[in-house]
Ligand binder design. Structure first.
Ligand SMILES: Nc1ncnc2c1ncn2[C@@H]1O[C@H](COP(=O)(O)OP(=O)(O)O)[C@@H](O)[C@H]1O
Ligand SMILES: [Mg+2]
Length: 164
């Protein structure tokens, strides 16, 4: 099927791109009603940065903790190209929050789409772990961007050393 591509949203795209270019921690929440274009906006902003930006994008599934961990594990495996290492890195929610912080330190943007699922009781512990890491990053050297209560979330850090 032919793709119609991305159109419009110039202001929003410019705002996200400005954040992606920042050398400080940022945390950007993007919210809006269903199918308004939150996921498309984030994916387009990341796509336009191309190879110049390292990003981890995950879409949180409507599932239990195990299912959420699996999604992170798959995304991390795409970066590390090592399934065993990805599994060890994403053992539990605490590990994953720590991993995000490590990624911000190495200038990754992390985008967490469908973030609202973390407000469910079964997944809510992740919010505490993430909050700790965000507080730490804000106080320190890195920067982050985050998206949405209804959808997408991104976090990013400083331009310094590489991930591997
Ligand atoms: N700027 C855009 N240009 C073209 N198509 C878009 C744009 N924004 C959204 N869409 C299309 O609208 C639909 C819903 O967008 P999506 O990004 O999934 O919304 P949300 O994440 O807010 O639920 C998708 O089919 C997507 O391809
Ligand atoms: Mg979406």
């Amino acid at each position: 099927m032919a793709s119609w591509g991305f159109y419009g949203r110039r202001t929003e795209l410019a705002e996200v791109q400005t954040l992606l270019d920042r050398d400080q921690f940022f945390f950007c929440a993007i919210s809006g009603r269903r199918r308004i274009g939150k996921t498309s906006l984030i994916q387009e902003a990341l796509r336009r940065k191309g190879q110049s930006l390292r990003a981890l994008y995950v879409q949180i599934p409507d599932s239990d903790e195990r299912g959420v961990i699996q999604v992170f594990e798959d995304a991390v495996e795409d970066i590390l190209l090592d399934q065993d290492l990805a599994r060890r890195t994403c053992g539990d929610f605490s590990d994953i929050a720590g991993l995000l912080r490590a990624l911000w330190r190495t200038n990754f943007v992390t985008a967490i789409d469908e973030f609202q699922y973390f407000h469910r009781k079964a997944l809510a512990s992740f919010l505490s772990y993430l909050q700790l890491q965000v507080d730490d990053a804000r106080a320190g050297d890195s920067r982050g961007l985050c998206g949405d209560t209804g959808t997408s979330r991104m976090v990013r850090t400083s331009k310094s050393t590489s991930w591997r």
